[in-house]
Design a protein around this ligand. Structure first.
Ligand SMILES: [Zn+2]
Ligand SMILES: [Zn+2]
Length: 460
Protein backbone atom coordinates (compact mmCIF):
# COMPACT_ATOMS: atom_id res chain seq x y z
CA UNK A 1 0.00 0.00 0.00
CA UNK A 2 1.21 3.44 -0.82
CA UNK A 3 0.24 6.41 1.30
CA UNK A 4 -0.62 9.16 -1.08
CA UNK A 5 0.11 11.78 1.44
CA UNK A 6 2.65 10.40 3.82
CA UNK A 7 2.97 12.99 6.57
CA UNK A 8 5.61 11.02 8.44
CA UNK A 9 8.87 12.28 6.89
CA UNK A 10 7.97 15.90 7.46
CA UNK A 11 6.49 15.30 10.91
CA UNK A 12 9.49 13.25 11.99
CA UNK A 13 11.87 15.98 10.93
CA UNK A 14 9.90 18.60 12.80
CA UNK A 15 9.68 16.48 15.94
CA UNK A 16 13.38 15.79 15.92
CA UNK A 17 14.47 19.36 15.34
CA UNK A 18 12.09 20.60 18.05
CA UNK A 19 13.36 18.01 20.47
CA UNK A 20 16.93 19.17 19.83
CA UNK A 21 15.87 22.76 20.49
CA UNK A 22 14.05 21.81 23.68
CA UNK A 23 17.09 19.99 24.97
CA UNK A 24 19.45 22.82 24.07
CA UNK A 25 17.31 25.43 25.77
CA UNK A 26 17.30 23.45 29.01
CA UNK A 27 20.53 24.35 30.77
CA UNK A 28 20.08 21.62 33.39
CA UNK A 29 20.46 18.87 30.80
CA UNK A 30 23.97 19.95 29.82
CA UNK A 31 24.94 20.63 33.44
CA UNK A 32 23.77 17.23 34.64
CA UNK A 33 25.48 15.56 31.74
CA UNK A 34 28.81 17.11 32.63
CA UNK A 35 28.26 16.34 36.30
CA UNK A 36 27.74 12.69 35.41
CA UNK A 37 31.02 12.72 33.53
CA UNK A 38 32.68 14.00 36.70
CA UNK A 39 31.62 11.72 39.51
CA UNK A 40 27.86 12.38 39.58
CA UNK A 41 25.57 9.76 41.10
CA UNK A 42 22.08 8.40 40.55
CA UNK A 43 20.54 11.58 41.90
CA UNK A 44 21.96 13.37 38.84
CA UNK A 45 20.98 10.64 36.41
CA UNK A 46 17.42 10.74 37.76
CA UNK A 47 17.24 14.51 37.29
CA UNK A 48 18.73 14.14 33.82
CA UNK A 49 16.16 11.52 32.82
CA UNK A 50 13.37 13.67 34.18
CA UNK A 51 14.47 16.72 32.18
CA UNK A 52 14.91 14.65 29.03
CA UNK A 53 11.46 13.13 29.51
CA UNK A 54 9.93 16.57 29.95
CA UNK A 55 11.69 17.89 26.83
CA UNK A 56 10.32 14.95 24.85
CA UNK A 57 6.82 15.38 26.29
CA UNK A 58 6.84 19.05 25.34
CA UNK A 59 7.96 18.16 21.81
CA UNK A 60 5.01 15.84 21.34
CA UNK A 61 2.59 18.27 22.97
CA UNK A 62 3.65 21.10 20.67
CA UNK A 63 3.47 19.11 17.45
CA UNK A 64 0.77 16.50 17.76
CA UNK A 65 -2.93 17.30 17.79
CA UNK A 66 -6.19 16.31 16.14
CA UNK A 67 -5.64 19.21 13.79
CA UNK A 68 -2.24 18.12 12.51
CA UNK A 69 -2.87 14.36 12.32
CA UNK A 70 -4.76 12.72 9.40
CA UNK A 71 -8.46 12.28 10.33
CA UNK A 72 -7.48 13.71 13.70
CA UNK A 73 -6.09 10.35 14.73
CA UNK A 74 -2.76 8.84 15.76
CA UNK A 75 -2.51 5.89 13.41
CA UNK A 76 -0.41 2.97 14.56
CA UNK A 77 1.93 3.25 11.59
CA UNK A 78 2.54 6.93 12.30
CA UNK A 79 3.19 6.21 15.95
CA UNK A 80 5.66 3.45 15.14
CA UNK A 81 7.63 5.64 12.74
CA UNK A 82 7.78 8.81 14.81
CA UNK A 83 6.92 8.63 18.51
CA UNK A 84 8.10 5.08 19.18
CA UNK A 85 11.70 5.45 17.93
CA UNK A 86 12.12 8.78 19.74
CA UNK A 87 11.00 7.25 23.03
CA UNK A 88 13.40 4.35 22.55
CA UNK A 89 16.32 6.61 21.68
CA UNK A 90 15.68 8.84 24.67
CA UNK A 91 15.36 5.81 26.93
CA UNK A 92 18.77 4.67 25.67
CA UNK A 93 20.19 8.10 26.31
CA UNK A 94 18.87 8.05 29.89
CA UNK A 95 20.24 4.53 30.31
CA UNK A 96 23.67 5.80 29.30
CA UNK A 97 23.38 8.55 31.93
CA UNK A 98 22.45 5.94 34.55
CA UNK A 99 25.38 3.81 33.46
CA UNK A 100 27.69 6.78 34.07
CA UNK A 101 26.24 7.17 37.56
CA UNK A 102 26.71 3.47 38.21
CA UNK A 103 30.30 3.58 36.95
CA UNK A 104 30.99 6.48 39.34
CA UNK A 105 29.40 4.63 42.25
CA UNK A 106 31.41 1.51 41.43
CA UNK A 107 34.59 3.55 41.13
CA UNK A 108 34.01 5.17 44.52
CA UNK A 109 33.52 1.73 46.07
CA UNK A 110 36.66 0.38 44.41
CA UNK A 111 34.56 -2.07 42.49
CA UNK A 112 35.76 -3.05 39.06
CA UNK A 113 32.96 -4.84 37.32
CA UNK A 114 31.15 -4.13 34.12
CA UNK A 115 28.16 -1.81 34.38
CA UNK A 116 24.85 -3.32 33.34
CA UNK A 117 22.42 -1.28 31.29
CA UNK A 118 18.67 -1.64 31.32
CA UNK A 119 16.65 -2.80 28.33
CA UNK A 120 13.31 -1.11 27.72
CA UNK A 121 10.45 -3.26 28.92
CA UNK A 122 7.89 -3.00 26.12
CA UNK A 123 5.03 -3.45 28.56
CA UNK A 124 5.68 0.12 29.64
CA UNK A 125 4.82 1.30 26.12
CA UNK A 126 1.86 -0.93 25.43
CA UNK A 127 -0.83 0.83 27.45
CA UNK A 128 0.12 4.15 25.95
CA UNK A 129 0.17 2.81 22.39
CA UNK A 130 -3.21 1.16 22.84
CA UNK A 131 -4.83 4.29 24.13
CA UNK A 132 -3.25 6.61 21.55
CA UNK A 133 -3.94 4.44 18.52
CA UNK A 134 -7.45 3.47 19.52
CA UNK A 135 -9.44 3.51 16.27
CA UNK A 136 -12.29 5.67 17.46
CA UNK A 137 -10.29 8.15 19.41
CA UNK A 138 -9.59 11.67 18.33
CA UNK A 139 -6.02 12.45 19.32
CA UNK A 140 -6.88 15.41 21.52
CA UNK A 141 -9.13 13.19 23.64
CA UNK A 142 -6.34 10.75 24.45
CA UNK A 143 -3.24 12.95 24.37
CA UNK A 144 -3.24 13.15 28.18
CA UNK A 145 -1.54 9.77 28.14
CA UNK A 146 1.57 11.35 26.58
CA UNK A 147 1.82 13.76 29.48
CA UNK A 148 1.25 10.97 31.92
CA UNK A 149 3.61 8.37 30.58
CA UNK A 150 6.56 9.65 28.55
CA UNK A 151 8.62 11.14 31.36
CA UNK A 152 7.82 8.15 33.53
CA UNK A 153 9.14 5.76 30.88
CA UNK A 154 12.34 7.76 30.45
CA UNK A 155 12.82 7.86 34.24
CA UNK A 156 12.42 4.10 34.34
CA UNK A 157 15.64 3.78 32.33
CA UNK A 158 17.51 4.96 35.42
CA UNK A 159 15.54 2.88 37.91
CA UNK A 160 15.83 -0.22 35.70
CA UNK A 161 19.58 0.27 35.36
CA UNK A 162 19.97 0.58 39.11
CA UNK A 163 17.99 -2.60 39.61
CA UNK A 164 20.00 -4.50 36.98
CA UNK A 165 23.27 -3.55 38.71
CA UNK A 166 22.00 -4.14 42.24
CA UNK A 167 20.67 -7.59 41.25
CA UNK A 168 23.99 -8.34 39.58
CA UNK A 169 26.03 -7.23 42.60
CA UNK A 170 23.80 -9.24 44.91
CA UNK A 171 24.39 -12.27 42.72
CA UNK A 172 28.12 -11.74 43.16
CA UNK A 173 27.64 -12.00 46.90
CA UNK A 174 27.55 -8.32 47.82
CA UNK A 175 24.87 -6.62 49.91
CA UNK A 176 23.71 -3.61 47.90
CA UNK A 177 21.82 -0.85 49.63
CA UNK A 178 19.16 1.40 48.10
CA UNK A 179 18.26 4.62 49.87
CA UNK A 180 15.07 6.31 48.77
CA UNK A 181 14.26 9.86 49.87
CA UNK A 182 10.75 11.17 49.30
CA UNK A 183 10.56 14.51 47.56
CA UNK A 184 8.98 17.01 49.95
CA UNK A 185 5.90 17.58 47.81
CA UNK A 186 5.41 13.92 47.05
CA UNK A 187 2.48 11.78 48.04
CA UNK A 188 1.73 9.38 50.90
CA UNK A 189 2.64 6.44 48.71
CA UNK A 190 6.14 7.84 48.24
CA UNK A 191 6.51 8.79 51.90
CA UNK A 192 5.81 5.17 52.75
CA UNK A 193 8.47 4.02 50.33
CA UNK A 194 11.20 6.27 51.72
CA UNK A 195 13.93 4.49 53.64
CA UNK A 196 16.92 2.20 53.37
CA UNK A 197 16.61 -1.11 51.57
CA UNK A 198 19.22 -3.80 51.85
CA UNK A 199 19.58 -6.82 49.59
CA UNK A 200 18.22 -9.44 49.47
CA UNK A 201 14.92 -7.62 48.90
CA UNK A 202 11.57 -9.13 49.78
CA UNK A 203 9.17 -9.16 46.87
CA UNK A 204 7.26 -6.15 48.21
CA UNK A 205 10.52 -4.25 48.67
CA UNK A 206 11.03 -4.34 44.89
CA UNK A 207 8.66 -1.37 44.96
CA UNK A 208 11.68 0.76 45.84
CA UNK A 209 12.32 0.98 42.08
CA UNK A 210 8.84 2.13 41.16
CA UNK A 211 7.59 5.63 40.36
CA UNK A 212 4.18 7.04 39.70
CA UNK A 213 3.75 9.80 37.12
CA UNK A 214 5.70 12.93 38.03
CA UNK A 215 7.49 11.32 40.96
CA UNK A 216 10.72 13.15 41.75
CA UNK A 217 11.90 11.07 44.68
CA UNK A 218 15.66 10.61 44.87
CA UNK A 219 16.94 7.06 44.91
CA UNK A 220 20.62 6.44 45.62
CA UNK A 221 22.63 3.28 45.30
CA UNK A 222 25.41 1.88 47.51
CA UNK A 223 27.14 -1.35 46.50
CA UNK A 224 27.78 -2.46 50.08
CA UNK A 225 30.72 -4.16 51.77
CA UNK A 226 32.11 -7.60 52.22
CA UNK A 227 32.22 -8.27 48.53
CA UNK A 228 35.57 -9.99 48.35
CA UNK A 229 35.09 -12.53 51.11
CA UNK A 230 31.50 -13.26 50.26
CA UNK A 231 31.67 -13.41 46.50
CA UNK A 232 33.41 -16.75 46.43
CA UNK A 233 31.29 -18.37 49.13
CA UNK A 234 28.11 -17.12 47.57
CA UNK A 235 29.01 -18.48 44.15
CA UNK A 236 29.80 -21.79 45.72
CA UNK A 237 26.61 -21.84 47.69
CA UNK A 238 24.63 -21.14 44.57
CA UNK A 239 26.47 -23.73 42.58
CA UNK A 240 26.05 -26.32 45.26
CA UNK A 241 22.36 -25.62 45.50
CA UNK A 242 22.08 -25.87 41.73
CA UNK A 243 23.99 -29.14 41.73
CA UNK A 244 21.77 -30.61 44.43
CA UNK A 245 18.72 -29.50 42.47
CA UNK A 246 19.98 -31.23 39.33
CA UNK A 247 20.79 -34.35 41.32
CA UNK A 248 17.29 -34.40 42.70
CA UNK A 249 15.83 -34.23 39.21
CA UNK A 250 18.09 -37.01 38.03
CA UNK A 251 17.20 -39.20 41.01
CA UNK A 252 13.53 -38.57 40.55
CA UNK A 253 13.67 -39.96 37.08
CA UNK A 254 13.25 -43.67 36.65
CA UNK A 255 16.61 -45.26 36.90
CA UNK A 256 17.28 -47.05 33.73
CA UNK A 257 19.45 -50.01 33.10
CA UNK A 258 21.91 -48.72 30.62
CA UNK A 259 23.84 -51.09 28.57
CA UNK A 260 27.19 -49.45 29.14
CA UNK A 261 28.84 -48.50 25.87
CA UNK A 262 31.99 -50.45 25.01
CA UNK A 263 35.11 -48.49 24.23
CA UNK A 264 38.42 -49.93 23.17
CA UNK A 265 40.54 -46.81 23.04
CA UNK A 266 43.11 -45.63 25.52
CA UNK A 267 42.06 -43.40 28.41
CA UNK A 268 42.94 -39.75 27.82
CA UNK A 269 43.03 -37.12 30.51
CA UNK A 270 40.69 -34.26 29.73
CA UNK A 271 41.72 -31.03 31.43
CA UNK A 272 38.74 -29.21 32.84
CA UNK A 273 37.99 -27.89 36.33
CA UNK A 274 39.05 -31.37 37.28
CA UNK A 275 40.79 -34.02 35.23
CA UNK A 276 38.35 -36.34 33.51
CA UNK A 277 39.37 -39.71 32.10
CA UNK A 278 37.76 -40.16 28.70
CA UNK A 279 37.81 -42.72 25.90
CA UNK A 280 36.97 -42.31 22.22
CA UNK A 281 33.71 -43.84 21.00
CA UNK A 282 34.30 -45.18 17.48
CA UNK A 283 32.00 -45.43 14.52
CA UNK A 284 30.23 -42.08 14.91
CA UNK A 285 30.02 -39.04 12.64
CA UNK A 286 31.74 -36.76 15.11
CA UNK A 287 34.69 -36.98 17.45
CA UNK A 288 32.92 -38.40 20.50
CA UNK A 289 34.32 -39.43 23.87
CA UNK A 290 32.88 -40.83 27.04
CA UNK A 291 34.12 -40.34 30.55
CA UNK A 292 34.92 -43.37 32.65
CA UNK A 293 32.39 -42.17 35.20
CA UNK A 294 29.52 -41.67 32.77
CA UNK A 295 26.94 -44.38 32.44
CA UNK A 296 25.53 -44.10 28.92
CA UNK A 297 24.07 -46.44 26.36
CA UNK A 298 25.30 -46.39 22.79
CA UNK A 299 21.81 -45.37 21.71
CA UNK A 300 21.95 -42.23 23.84
CA UNK A 301 25.35 -41.32 22.50
CA UNK A 302 24.21 -41.90 18.93
CA UNK A 303 21.26 -39.57 19.49
CA UNK A 304 23.53 -36.78 20.69
CA UNK A 305 25.90 -37.37 17.81
CA UNK A 306 23.04 -37.23 15.34
CA UNK A 307 21.48 -34.09 16.86
CA UNK A 308 24.80 -32.28 16.83
CA UNK A 309 25.34 -33.16 13.17
CA UNK A 310 21.88 -32.01 12.17
CA UNK A 311 22.20 -28.79 14.19
CA UNK A 312 25.50 -27.98 12.46
CA UNK A 313 23.75 -28.55 9.14
CA UNK A 314 20.71 -26.41 9.97
CA UNK A 315 22.94 -23.60 11.27
CA UNK A 316 25.13 -23.91 8.17
CA UNK A 317 28.21 -24.34 10.32
CA UNK A 318 31.57 -25.41 8.95
CA UNK A 319 31.80 -29.17 9.45
CA UNK A 320 35.58 -28.99 9.25
CA UNK A 321 35.60 -27.11 12.56
CA UNK A 322 32.96 -29.24 14.25
CA UNK A 323 33.12 -29.47 18.04
CA UNK A 324 34.01 -32.61 19.94
CA UNK A 325 31.38 -34.23 22.08
CA UNK A 326 32.34 -35.55 25.51
CA UNK A 327 29.73 -37.45 27.50
CA UNK A 328 30.35 -36.94 31.20
CA UNK A 329 28.82 -37.88 34.52
CA UNK A 330 26.67 -35.14 36.16
CA UNK A 331 29.22 -34.61 38.92
CA UNK A 332 31.88 -33.84 36.32
CA UNK A 333 30.09 -30.67 35.23
CA UNK A 334 30.96 -28.59 38.23
CA UNK A 335 28.07 -26.19 38.23
CA UNK A 336 25.51 -28.97 37.94
CA UNK A 337 24.39 -27.98 34.46
CA UNK A 338 23.53 -30.82 32.13
CA UNK A 339 25.32 -29.61 29.00
CA UNK A 340 27.92 -26.99 28.23
CA UNK A 341 29.96 -25.75 25.30
CA UNK A 342 33.60 -25.03 26.13
CA UNK A 343 35.29 -22.60 23.76
CA UNK A 344 38.82 -23.54 24.84
CA UNK A 345 38.51 -27.26 24.15
CA UNK A 346 35.95 -26.67 21.36
CA UNK A 347 33.85 -29.31 23.05
CA UNK A 348 30.26 -29.88 24.01
CA UNK A 349 30.08 -31.64 27.37
CA UNK A 350 26.81 -33.38 28.10
CA UNK A 351 25.45 -35.87 30.57
CA UNK A 352 24.01 -39.16 29.18
CA UNK A 353 20.39 -38.03 29.74
CA UNK A 354 20.82 -35.43 26.99
CA UNK A 355 20.68 -38.30 24.50
CA UNK A 356 17.77 -40.01 26.23
CA UNK A 357 14.60 -39.05 24.36
CA UNK A 358 12.43 -39.35 27.47
CA UNK A 359 14.69 -38.42 30.35
CA UNK A 360 15.81 -35.10 28.87
CA UNK A 361 12.28 -33.65 28.70
CA UNK A 362 11.73 -33.01 32.45
CA UNK A 363 15.28 -31.67 32.73
CA UNK A 364 14.70 -29.17 29.92
CA UNK A 365 11.36 -28.19 31.41
CA UNK A 366 12.88 -27.60 34.82
CA UNK A 367 15.47 -25.35 33.19
CA UNK A 368 12.65 -23.51 31.35
CA UNK A 369 14.46 -23.90 28.06
CA UNK A 370 13.09 -23.13 24.61
CA UNK A 371 11.32 -26.07 22.93
CA UNK A 372 11.61 -28.00 26.19
CA UNK A 373 9.33 -30.71 24.83
CA UNK A 374 11.68 -31.43 21.98
CA UNK A 375 14.43 -33.86 23.06
CA UNK A 376 16.88 -32.25 20.63
CA UNK A 377 16.70 -28.79 22.17
CA UNK A 378 19.75 -29.09 24.44
CA UNK A 379 22.08 -30.21 21.67
CA UNK A 380 20.78 -27.50 19.36
CA UNK A 381 21.30 -24.90 22.07
CA UNK A 382 24.87 -25.99 22.76
CA UNK A 383 25.69 -26.27 19.07
CA UNK A 384 24.67 -22.65 18.66
CA UNK A 385 27.22 -21.71 21.35
CA UNK A 386 29.75 -23.42 19.08
CA UNK A 387 28.55 -21.20 16.19
CA UNK A 388 29.22 -18.18 18.41
CA UNK A 389 32.74 -19.43 19.06
CA UNK A 390 33.19 -19.91 15.32
CA UNK A 391 32.16 -16.31 14.78
CA UNK A 392 34.60 -15.20 17.49
CA UNK A 393 37.51 -17.15 16.00
CA UNK A 394 36.77 -15.80 12.55
CA UNK A 395 36.29 -12.16 13.51
CA UNK A 396 37.99 -11.54 16.85
CA UNK A 397 40.73 -14.04 17.48
CA UNK A 398 41.71 -17.24 19.18
CA UNK A 399 39.35 -18.57 21.85
CA UNK A 400 42.14 -20.22 23.79
CA UNK A 401 44.01 -17.07 24.73
CA UNK A 402 41.19 -14.97 26.11
CA UNK A 403 39.85 -15.02 29.68
CA UNK A 404 36.49 -16.75 29.73
CA UNK A 405 34.68 -13.74 31.20
CA UNK A 406 36.06 -11.43 28.49
CA UNK A 407 35.14 -13.97 25.87
CA UNK A 408 31.55 -14.14 27.14
CA UNK A 409 31.27 -10.39 27.26
CA UNK A 410 32.27 -10.03 23.62
CA UNK A 411 30.15 -12.94 22.45
CA UNK A 412 27.11 -11.59 24.32
CA UNK A 413 27.63 -8.20 22.68
CA UNK A 414 27.89 -9.70 19.20
CA UNK A 415 24.78 -11.76 19.81
CA UNK A 416 22.93 -8.62 20.86
CA UNK A 417 23.93 -6.87 17.65
CA UNK A 418 22.67 -9.77 15.55
CA UNK A 419 19.38 -9.96 17.46
CA UNK A 420 18.76 -6.23 17.58
CA UNK A 421 17.70 -6.01 13.92
CA UNK A 422 14.99 -3.59 14.91
CA UNK A 423 14.31 -1.64 18.10
CA UNK A 424 12.61 -3.70 20.78
CA UNK A 425 13.32 -6.95 18.99
CA UNK A 426 15.61 -8.32 21.70
CA UNK A 427 13.00 -7.82 24.36
CA UNK A 428 10.48 -9.78 22.28
CA UNK A 429 12.97 -12.56 21.69
CA UNK A 430 13.65 -12.77 25.42
CA UNK A 431 10.06 -13.93 25.87
CA UNK A 432 10.83 -17.19 24.03
CA UNK A 433 11.60 -19.02 27.24
CA UNK A 434 12.01 -18.53 30.96
CA UNK A 435 15.69 -19.22 30.50
CA UNK A 436 16.09 -16.60 27.75
CA UNK A 437 14.30 -14.02 29.87
CA UNK A 438 16.38 -14.68 32.95
CA UNK A 439 19.66 -14.59 31.03
CA UNK A 440 18.63 -11.57 28.97
CA UNK A 441 18.02 -9.58 32.10
CA UNK A 442 21.68 -10.06 32.91
CA UNK A 443 22.63 -9.14 29.36
CA UNK A 444 23.66 -12.68 28.54
CA UNK A 445 22.47 -12.27 24.99
CA UNK A 446 24.64 -15.21 23.93
CA UNK A 447 22.15 -17.37 25.84
CA UNK A 448 19.16 -15.49 24.46
CA UNK A 449 20.47 -16.04 20.95
CA UNK A 450 21.10 -19.76 21.57
CA UNK A 451 17.49 -20.06 22.71
CA UNK A 452 16.24 -18.11 19.71
CA UNK A 453 18.20 -20.20 17.20
CA UNK A 454 17.13 -23.43 18.90
CA UNK A 455 13.48 -22.54 18.62
CA UNK A 456 13.89 -21.29 15.07
CA UNK A 457 15.56 -24.55 14.06
CA UNK A 458 13.17 -26.89 15.86
CA UNK A 459 9.88 -25.14 15.20
CA UNK A 460 10.05 -25.33 11.44
ZN1 LIG B 1 7.72 10.15 44.62
ZN1 LIG C 1 23.56 -21.69 26.87
Amino acid sequence: MVYENDIVPELDEKLRSDFEKNKESNRQIAELDSKLSNGGTYRDAEAYAYEMGEALTKTFKDNLSSETLPDGKMYYNIFMRTVDPMIRETYKDATAAAAKAQANVNEAAGLHVKVKEAVLNDDRLHTMVNILTNNDAQYDDVSWVVEDKITNIIQSAVDDTMKANADFHAKMGMSPKIVREAESKCCEWCKDLAGTYEYPLDSDEEMVYHRHANCRCVVEYYPGDGRVQNAHDKTWREEEAEMRRQERILNDMQTQNFEQVKTKGEAITEKRYQDILIRRVDGLKNEVYISEKANASLRNIKNMDKDMTSAIKVYKGDINHRPRLVVVAPEELRSGVFAKYDEINNTIYAIPQVGDRKAIIPIQKEAEGACANNPKATMYHETWHWMQAEDYRKNIGSTTEVAHSNYIEIVAERSFERLDAKPGMVYNIMQISGYAKEKGEFRRFDEVEAEYQTSKALKR
